[in-house]
Design a protein around this ligand. Structure first.
Ligand SMILES: Nc1ncnc2c1ncn2[C@@H]1O[C@H](COP(=O)(O)OP(=O)(O)OP(=O)(O)O)[C@@H](O)[C@H]1O
Ligand SMILES: [Mg+2]
Length: 330
């Protein structure tokens, strides 16, 4: 038995679309320890959001889900809505990409936070309002009493994202999942929100899952990194190992994501390298490695048989027949 906060085992999610099966998440396993930060990184469509929505019980009824996701040992998959509501916001909460669409434009932000508190806690309205103002202060919103009475459109994008974080924190979750939570913000505000999340993580002793396509975020903030491609984890390692000096990246896909991060030393007009080609059709995944059609090192065995995700070094797993040697540096 481990003391993991979240333990996900062989999670599979598929959707039936027009008579075809979309395998959105295909046998994903990982753990998150208390107070730690896991980054889930991958291209668009690789299954990051579906994976976390499955854990949160936020997928539509059309999703076929199997596997296990245990929070402090208790299974989350297959719970009733009422049971899930007890977990959501008390043990685990999620912040989404677009605060403009996640907040109700017709309700004052204070009311929205107060409602979130009252959903999970048996407190009076007055007490919930007091706690809502405290939450606005906690997410460093200046003049919290005044902002409490404002509507979302009166706040900047960064402020709205702070409100979303306040709502997510309403019941002091032990795990916060931030799904591209800073993607819609400008670079400076992104950094401020990330700093806020890290400070709150310390203050509240929370674990974080950061979902992003940006490997730079993983390099800056994560303890552990999971790299997803076509519904599968293809590489997984402690951040120190991947990004430390003499980085140990083994997958060319991981390398390509890392190379796509803008560097300060690179001139602004320098085109960013991109991962050539397109992700596979999720309704027709190839029998071999699904990255093979885009991989410079693909050989016959890659096309014939999918490599399993195996632990090749302590804490470092990868799924590749022909891994890079020197961290993939050119
Ligand atoms: N409700 C749904 N019905 C059918 N297919 C879906 C549904 N939700 C997601 N998918 C499919 O599942 C796959 C994984 O989607 P997901 O949203 O998890 O990707 P992602 O990694 O979060 O991408 P992004 O970086 O663009 O947010 C995609 O092929 C997507 O089209
Ligand atoms: Mg997503």
């Amino acid at each position: 038995m481990t003391d993991a906060l979240l333990q996900v085992d062989d999670l599979r999610v598929s959707f039936a679309v027009g008579g075809l099966e979309v395998r959105a998440v295909d046998g994903v396993s990982f753990t998150v320890d208390p107070g730690r930060t896991l980054a889930i990184i991958g291209e668009s469509g690789s299954g990051k959001t579906v994976c976390c929505r499955a854990i949160m019980g936020l997928l539509p009824g059309t999703a076929a889900i199997s596997g296990s996701a245990r929070l402090r040992g208790s299974e989350l998959l297959g719970l009733s809505d009422a049971e899930l509501r007890r977990h959501r916001g008390s043990d685990v909460a999620m912040v989404f990409q677009d605060p403009a669409r996640s907040l109700n434009p017709t309700m004052r932000v204070g009311v929205q936070i107060t409602e979130a508190i009252k959903t999970h806690r048996a407190v009076s309205r007055r007490e919930a309002q007091t706690q809502a103002i405290e939450l606005l202060r906690l997410v460093r919103i200046p003049a919290a009493e005044r902002r409490f009475h404002e509507y979302p459109h009166q706040l900047s994008g960064g402020m709205r994202q702070r409100v979303m974080i306040a709502i997510a924190l309403a019941c002091r979750p032990k795990l916060l999942i931030a799904d591209e939570a800073t993607t819609s913000l400008d670079v400076t505000t992104q950094a401020q929100i990330m700093e806020l999340l890290l400070e709150l993580q310390q203050e509240l002793d929370m674990a974080l899952i950061l979902i992003s396509h940006d490997m730079g975020l993983a390099a800056s903030y994560a303890d552990e990194v999971v790299v997803m491609y076509a519904g599968k984890i293809v590489e997984q390692a402690p951040a120190m190992r991947l990004f430390g000096t003499g980085g140990a990246v083994r997958m060319r896909y991981t390398r390509a994501l890392l190379d796509a991060v803008p560097h300060l030393e690179r001139p602004a007009h320098y085109p960013l390298p991109v991962v050539g080609g397109r992700p596979p059709d999720p309704t027709a995944l190839p029998p071999g490695c699904s990255f093979a059609p885009r991989c410079a090192s693909a050989a016959d065995d890659c096309v014939a048989k999918a490599p399993a995700l195996l632990e090749h070094a302590p804490g470092h797993r990868w799924a590749c027949w022909h891994p890079c040697e020197n961290g993939g540096a050119a």
